[in-house]
Write a protein that binds this ligand. Structure first.
Ligand SMILES: Cc1cc2nc3c(=O)[nH]c(=O)nc-3n(C[C@H](O)[C@H](O)[C@H](O)COP(=O)(O)OP(=O)(O)OC[C@H]3O[C@@H](n4cnc5c(N)ncnc54)[C@H](O)[C@@H]3O)c2cc1C
Length: 423
């Protein structure tokens, strides 16, 4: 179908999990819509993730309600399986997706409702626009990154496998789920790895026969609506790799990974670290133990018969890098040939030229309903709750947004009795 001059009620931009969830709920409400995707369905899972990545949550949990994965429910789907899943899901709901079409500019119409949407395939009109372009659009490398000619530096989004890196030791900056999993993969591939660890949460992979996804669900923690003040930048370190295991930084250090505090600055070949490694590890441990405590209390309150797991509270000895943390490292002397910046992503809404952004450039919205009437967001972290950026969470947020759109359409179609009679 040619897109030029099309008029559509609701345009969804992006066909990742957020755009597909949106399409399903819009369809359920009978809302005419199109989904435009500049690349392929679920492209981020195909080309924006490293080769060995598996979903952080088990297949029974990290999915949409309307379809199971073709793997064991307790297994962790590989990134290609996740992409295949969404492709199959889009086909299952017959989502009206146009791939290979980039939305270049959205502007509000004046003197008439809706928006003018300029795309790589022509201009169209949409009454409403849903931005489902993902929370992780622009890889962010902090300005402290050194300009050293013989150092291979990439963002975690550009990391695919150990073979891609030049010989030598690796400094991984950032120990969220991406950083710690990449660091562990490199260590197991025989590299000397330095991992710069900031503040993090690290829930147990599983405890007393239940995955942490289950625990966060029954404890109501996925539904937490706002971050604790001061915890806004705390990353979560979990891994589904190698069948799933708890991220235990102290154990990784015993196995040979050198942990450091936050990376602060570079001076030529020398990198300086903040003296906060122990504080960060202690806070991560406290978060881990808090989940165990809450799980124990929940089991007792509910009289559940789940096996005891006292070994989950055992702490391994501290390696030398923890008892006497590095304050600086001469990269050349340590043979570090690569820095991987696992330092997160920013959003890019330069195409969305409407009045719905705060001074800091972040979308101004309430549960995905933008400040500018007719503009919506799905897929953002903490859009409505902790679960919002995760596969299953976005599905529920999309349901709310589609419900809002359906209600707006009722207002739009309403005519007073005298208006209707005079027609
Ligand atoms: C390394 C990593 C691992 C993750 N692992 C998990 C996990 O295990 N479980 C989990 O639940 N979540 C995980 N997430 C979080 C989240 O589920 C994924 O980031 C997911 O891809 C987000 O889906 P989305 O649809 O919101 O965005 P995306 O998947 O990024 O989809 C957005 C789409 O919009 C398209 N697009 C962007 N701009 C335009 C434009 N102007 N015009 C047209 N199309 C456009 C893009 O091509 C893209 O396909 C992970 C995230 C990362 C970074």
């Amino acid at each position: 179908m040619p897109l030029h001059d099309t008029e559509i009620d609701t345009l969804v931009v992006g066909a990742g999990q957020a755009g597909i969830a949106m399409s399903e709920h819009l369809k359920n409400h009978g809302v005419p819509h199109l989904v435009l995707e500049r690349s392929r369905v679920a492209e981020a899972w195909r080309s924006g993730r490293w080769d060995s990545l598996v979903a952080n949550g088990p297949a029974w949990h990290d999915r949409f309600p309307g379809r199971d994965f073709d793997i064991a429910p307790d297994g962790f789907a590989g990134k290609e399986q996740v992409a295949d899943y969404f492709e199959a899901y889009a086909a299952q709901i017959d989502a009206p997706i146009h791939t290979g079409v980039e939305v270049k500019r959205v502007t509000r119409n004046t003197g008439r409702p809706g928006f003018t949407v300029e795309t790589s395939e022509g201009t169209l009109q949409a009454r409403r626009v849903v931005a489902a372009t993902g929370p992780f659009q622009k890889p962010v490398i902090p300005p402290i990154a050194p300009a050293l000619p013989n150092l291979y530096q990439i963002h975690s989004a550009q990391y695919f496998n150990p073979q891609q890196l030049p010989e030598g030791a690796v400094l991984v900056v950032g120990a969220g789920s991406s950083g710690v999993q990449i660091a562990e993969e490199l260590m197991r591939a025989g590299r000397q790895v330095y991992l710069s660890v900031g503040a993090h949460d690290r829930p147990p992979r599983a405890y007393r026969n239940r995955d942490f996804c289950w625990w966060l669900g029954v404890l109501g923690l996925w539904d937490t609506e706002t971050l604790q003040p001061g915890r806004e930048h705390v990353t979560i370190a979990v891994s589904g790799a190698r069948g799933g295991h708890t991220v235990d930084f102290r154990r990784l250090a015993l196995e040979g990974m050198v942990l450091t505090g936050l990376t602060q600055a570079f001076d030529g070949h020398t990198v300086r670290f903040a003296p906060d490694l122990n504080e960060n590890l202690d806070r991560g441990d406290a978060n881990y133990l808090a989940v165990l405590d809450a799980a124990d209390a929940w089991i007792e309150r509910n009289g559940m018969d789940l096996p005891l797991e006292p070994q989950a509270r055992e702490r391994v000895a501290d390696a030398a890098c923890i008892t006497a943390p590095l304050h600086e490292l001469d990269l050349a002397a340590a043979g570090v040939s690569t820095i991987i910046w696992a330092t997160g992503y920013a959003t890019d809404y330069s195409w969305l030229q409407v009045d719905t952004f705060k001074d800091n450039g972040k979308p101004s919205h309430q549960r995905g309903v933008g400040r500018e009437p007719g503009i919506y967001f799905v897929g953002l972290p903490w859009l409505s709750r902790r679960g919002s950026a995760f596969i299953w969470g976005v599905w529920h947020d999309a349901k709310h947004v589609a419900g809002h759109i359906a209600t707006q359409r009722q207002y739009q179609h309403y005519r007073a009795a005298d208006e209707a009679a005079s027609r």
